[in-house]
Design a protein around this ligand. Sequence first.
Ligand SMILES: Nc1ncnc2c1ncn2[C@@H]1O[C@H](COP(=O)(O)OP(=O)(O)O)[C@@H](O)[C@H]1O
Ligand SMILES: Nc1ccn([C@H]2C[C@H](O)[C@@H](COP(=O)(O)OP(=O)(O)O)O2)c(=O)n1
Length: 213
Amino acid sequence: MIVTIDGVAASGKSSVSSGVARALGVPYVSSGLLYRAATLLAHEAGLAPHDPALLPHLEAQPLRFEPLAGGNRLWLGERELTADVQSAAVDAGVSAVAARPELRAWVDRRLRALTPPFVAEGRDMGTAVFPQAQAKFYLTASARVRAQRRAAERPEAVDEIEAALLRRDEHDRAQSVPAPEAHVIDTGPLTLQGVIDTILAALPQGAAPARTS
Ligand SMILES: Nc1ncnc2c1ncn2[C@@H]1O[C@H](COP(=O)(O)OP(=O)(O)O)[C@@H](O)[C@H]1O
Ligand SMILES: Nc1ccn([C@H]2C[C@H](O)[C@@H](COP(=O)(O)OP(=O)(O)O)O2)c(=O)n1
């Protein structure tokens, strides 16, 4: 079974996907990490997002992606990149990388090579990458709420984060449309556990473990 959880930046995709994956006892896959990794490696190699040399450079890197239930980890050889890709600098450059069709194909190939069951989160998991998914969700929240949540993890001020999120929402718009059959959830009024429980309750019969509480 594949469950897709798409949504805008800082809507709660990773945290919710991790919680749903743990409840189901399956891994979760953060597609955004692969776009972030491509952006960081481009920066470090001095390659612009549109540089034709970027894809061959990425293909030559010993990049390893570990989609574990507790969280995804990224390795470049023995160097862990997981934390390095969560920065305002990568945020500022990632949309240009993600706009390139050949880089989207690079990400999609890696995702489709994974063996189900898993929870996949990103922007277009339920539309372009796994249209066959058995359950699809799309998370939203106001830009202000998202900025306040992201501010707890970043050194930047909430107003600066909110402006950056709105810019990225616009840049990512093309690939951020919910699947027609996706359950759209406004996470603003809900706690993190509330969103997780909402998704588990909406899964096909038998997909979620019987509730013990
Ligand atoms: N419903 C919620 N209520 C409160 N905080 C939340 C909620 N969902 C996510 N968070 C928190 O908001 C921050 C951003 O969530 P994250 O899962 O990283 O979003 P995304 O993966 O969509 O960027 C995290 O600190 C997370 O714990
Ligand atoms: N399936 C995806 C996932 C991410 N992206 C792009 C759009 C996002 O700005 C970046 C980073 O995605 P990520 O999910 O890590 O970003 P947030 O956690 O929502 O801030 O990659 C995409 O185009 N398609």
